[in-house]
Design a binder for this molecule. Structure first.
Ligand SMILES: [Cu+2]
Length: 140
């Protein structure tokens, strides 16, 4: 077994090595671009018209994040959180990217009906730290 401090050092070295260079650009053709940092999500537009929507997600952070699209009337910061898993409840989920590595971009295309949505990162603890934002889908 390696001493814990050495393991931490290796992990840090890997992290530094993996985040040389600029983050990936947003995927082409995305109608909405969500940018993720520690621990925030910002969107390029506050709303879109209903229909098939391509969402591009840029992870600008030095750690992995995930991206969940949840249709809900709850406020972005009011999703129930499960104490054991430290994750937000995903009732109403219509799409997700389970993992976006540090510095990478990815896209998902979802069929969005009119209403209110919340975009979150649901890696344990990240929702509570602020990785959530509201989004609106208008009638076509
Ligand atoms: Cu996250």
């Amino acid at each position: 077994m390696l001493p814990r401090s050495l393991v931490t050092l290796f992990a840090l070295a890997l992290l530094v090595a993996s985040c040389g260079g600029a983050p990936d650009a947003a995927p082409a053709g995305a109608q909405v671009v969500a940018e993720m940092s520690d621990y925030k999500i910002t969107v390029s537009v506050p709303s879109v018209k209903a229909g098939s929507v391509k969402i591009g997600v840029r992870n600008l952070a030095a750690m992995e994040h995930s991206f969940q699209v949840i249709k809900t009337d709850l406020a972005p910061d009011k999703l129930p959180v499960d104490g054991a898993s430290a994750k937000a409840n995903e009732d109403g989920k219509v799409g997700e990217l389970k993992s976006i590595p540090a510095g990478k971009s990815a896209a998902l295309t979802v069929d969005l009906t009119p209403g209110k949505y919340v975009f979150i990162c649901n890696i344990a603890g990240h929702y509570q730290l602020g990785m959530r934002t509201g989004f609106t889908v208008d009638s076509p």
